[in-house]
Design a protein around this ligand. Sequence first.
Ligand code: ATP
Length: 345
Amino acid sequence: MPSIAVLPGDGIGHEVLAEGLRVLAAVAPDLTYEHFDLGAERYLRDGTTMPDDVLERFRSEFDCVYLGALGDPRVPSNVHAKDILLGSRFKLDLYINFRPIRLLDARYCPLKDKRPEDVDFVVFRENTEGLYTGIGGQFKRGTPDEIAIEQEINTRKGVERIIRAAFEWAAANGKTKLCMSDKANAMRHGHDLWQRAFKEVAAESPGITTSHLYVDVLTMRMVQAPESFEVIVTNNLFGDIVTDLGAALQGGIGLASSGNINPGVAALFEPVHGSAPDIAGKGIANPLAAILTAGMMLAHLGRAKDERRIQNAVQACLLEGLVTRELGGTLTTRDAGTAVLDALR
Ligand code: ATP
């Protein structure tokens, strides 16, 4: 029986996860859950952010972590969010950031004449190194002679394993096109490593047609011809940027889901949106990203059919306009969850 650690977190995290859990109960009634009281409330109460023993339990006792959202204006530094998210990412070495970009209803795509089958690809973003390790420093800070250095870390192990993960996912999911994106023409050392690792892993995967695009060209191509992509793999910074562009192509953050994965070790799934303090507690948050995230989690557990059922139900709701306000509908969070449950039936 797969076990799920549930972390509603802050703000609308609670509201949207409640709907995701209702959908999971309907589609996969055999899952077991444990709720964790971590987030801004807990931090403000007793200073706890992310205890080491909880991280160890995520690794050893649970198949997945299902996270709502983190961030609260009462914690200006959002230290709790950093400890929980970055703590999990780095200490559990969740090196794959997996972001499906899938348009479910053409009306929500900002591009002209694009159909759902034109916007349907996944991005593998490297999640543990690159420009996000905090290595660097400042010298003569605040003076006219100030120097600020931010180091980009690319290890052979880190680069190769994310590239390999993208190829393995492509092969396992019947995809034949894989594009690696970097900026090797300007970043000659680190991205040269990406180029060499990519060529070597590609040589082991003859069934897959590979391509390479500099990231500036990738962003243009994603807008001009999203249909040319099936799988994209890239580094941490570029992945951050192109997945948000991808989220816009699929209809905005209310529909975007993500997974942070270390295969065979641990996986954390979360909707892409934040805690949205401006609408928290009002019952109007869109739960569809959290519901689609629940589907991703099921696919990760080997239940791709259940994910498709959830996607189809969400798609049916979008097509019928059974959605919350920010997508142009009138439903509350709860009613939008109920609409998905009805569509599942
Ligand atoms: P963070 O800084 O953690 O990303 P945030 O609230 O500043 O959090 P987002 O969560 O990305 O940033 O939200 C940006 C805006 O989009 C919010 O002001 C909110 O009103 C809206 N929003 C985000 N998620 C949803 C949602 N699920 N349903 C409806 N509106 C949303």
